[in-house]
Design a protein around this ligand. Structure first.
Ligand code: PEP
Length: 252
């Protein structure tokens, strides 16, 4: 069975409500008639309800940029899975490098978020990736192994389409420096083999691994032609309707 490519847009802390509505409308229209790929957008929490209205009935999936593990309670500043589902969110980005680096989220906390998301039926997009210093020190694969193993610690996967991974080298995020197709494929192949060691073959084979880090309309085709790259997590270029549309329409 082939993995269905997923193109995901992470809007980070951008867009007013009017901008979010306009951008989401453009994404919905760019997706019309596409059946061989999936598209997800992750607006800021404040725009989820607005964007939910726009994507309702379309094939565009709505995601949050983070999610708490608990159903409810004293978790100031957090959002529960059920609250997201009430808004029409079916997915959530977890462990983005900005959460790890700026907000100090640890592998343990990220694992807790992921377990909670899956428990309540939200599909997590687990992000991981090495810093430039780690790459230069030859630690890339060790860092990826640690982040993936700890992020997925105790997680059983019955349906491989209910979990998405995203390799995002930190040095490539928002910098305009993309990993070469070879660098990305090497990391993805490593993670795929790790999944084979952790899960049944039929499951490990089907889990999608996205690449993220300065993906744009010019480099998306070559990246997504790599055998273990199953889609893209796109930051900056997902904020411009024209470039995101071209990315959605990547050439297989
Ligand atoms: C991201 O935010 O996940 C990302 C990959 O950003 P950018 O595409 O801007 O590098």
């Amino acid at each position: 069975m082939q993995r269905i490519p997923l193109i995901a847009g992470n809007w980070k802390m951008h867009t007013s409500l009017a901008e979010a509505r306009e951008l989401a409308t453009a994404v919905v229209s760019a997706c019309k008639g596409l059946s061989d790929r999936e598209v997800m957008i992750a607006p800021p929490f404040t725009a989820l309800a607005t964007v939910a209205e726009v994507v309702r009935g379309s094939q565009v999936r709505l995601a949050a940029q983070n999610v708490c593990w608990a159903e409810q309670g004293a978790f100031t500043g957090e959002i529960a899975p059920g609250m997201l589902q009430e808004l029409g969110c079916s997915m959530a980005i977890i462990g983005h490098s900005e959460r790890r680096q700026i907000f100090g989220e640890s592998d343990v906390l990220i694992n807790q978020r992921l377990a909670g998301a899956m428990h309540f039926g939200i599909i997590p997009v687990l992000c991981f990736g090495e810093t430039l210093a780690e790459r230069e020190a030859g630690q890339t694969m060790a860092v990826l192994e640690r982040q993936v193993r700890l992020g997925l610690s105790g997680i059983t996967v019955a349906e491989p389409d209910r979990l998405v991974l995203a390799y995002e080298p930190v040095w490539a995020i928002g910098t305009g420096k993309t990993a070469s197709e070879q660098q990305a494929q090497e990391a993805h192949e490593f993670v795929r083999n790790l999944l084979f060691a952790m899960y049944e073959k039929s499951i490990a084979q089907q889990i999608r691994i996205l690449y993220g880090g300065s993906v744009n309309s010019g480099n998306v085709d070559a990246l997504l032609r790599q055998p273990d790259i199953d889609g893209a997590l796109v930051g900056g270029a997902s904020l411009k309707a024209e470039s995101f549309e071209r990315i959605i329409h990547f050439l297989q």
